[in-house]
Design a protein around this ligand. Structure first.
Ligand SMILES: [Zn+2]
Length: 184
């Protein structure tokens, strides 16, 4: 538990003790659920979202707009966008950002798949919803360069604080940022 992000040893000890005290109510159902998740959770072959099927619910949904594709770094960012409830298109999860320091190049991310999707799907606009960090913006510039002349590329604008991460933004900020997107 202490190895989980956001939990230090102290919080982990408290959580475990609490679960042991609530064995029937909390620990056993949680153990069952974790086993189920371990057996069924997988990455969507199309967009990289997490689901229980090869192609995720958002990709399969007929209610989502085909033309707008929102590119995010991680699934947590996709969830943040979905919490805001303002975006009706579909997603592409990169699985991180380009980083010279960590030797993460385009092929380590889902960038080739993104270029492939723009080629084969009826995408009219790629919305870059990447973190306002140096790596996030480097990634945004790289993708914009690759897509130049092939599709309209926009990025989130107002609302995203410099150095900030999408997952920490409130719904209103994400909504404002999406509405104020501009040509990249
Ligand atoms: Zn998907």
């Amino acid at each position: 538990m202490a190895k989980l992000p956001g939990l230090g040893p102290r919080s982990a000890r408290r959580a475990v003790l609490h679960m042991i005290k609530k064995r029937g109510l909390l620990l056993l159902p949680l153990a069952d659920t974790l086993r189920k998740v371990a057996e069924t959770a997988r990455e969507c072959l199309n967009c990289g979202n997490i689901g229980t099927t090869d192609i995720c619910e958002i990709c399969r949904s007929e209610k989502r707009a085909i033309g707008e594709l929102c590119v995010v770094e991680d699934v947590a960012d996709l969830w943040a966008m979905e919490r805001a409830g303002v975006f009706k298109g579909r997603y592409h999860v990169l699985g991180g950002s380009l980083s010279a320091l960590d030797a993460i190049g385009p092929d380590e991310l889902r960038i080739p798949k993104l270029l492939d999707r723009v080629q084969t799907e009826e995408i009219t606009e790629v919305i870059l919803a990447l973190n306002a960090t140096i790596d996030g913006q480097t990634t945004a510039h790289y993708i914009a360069d690759q897509l130049e002349g092939r599709v309209r590329v926009t990025s989130l604008a107002q609302g995203v604080p410099v150095g900030g991460e999408l997952d920490y933004l409130d719904d209103g900020t994400i909504t404002a940022a999406l509405k104020a997107r501009k040509a990249f």
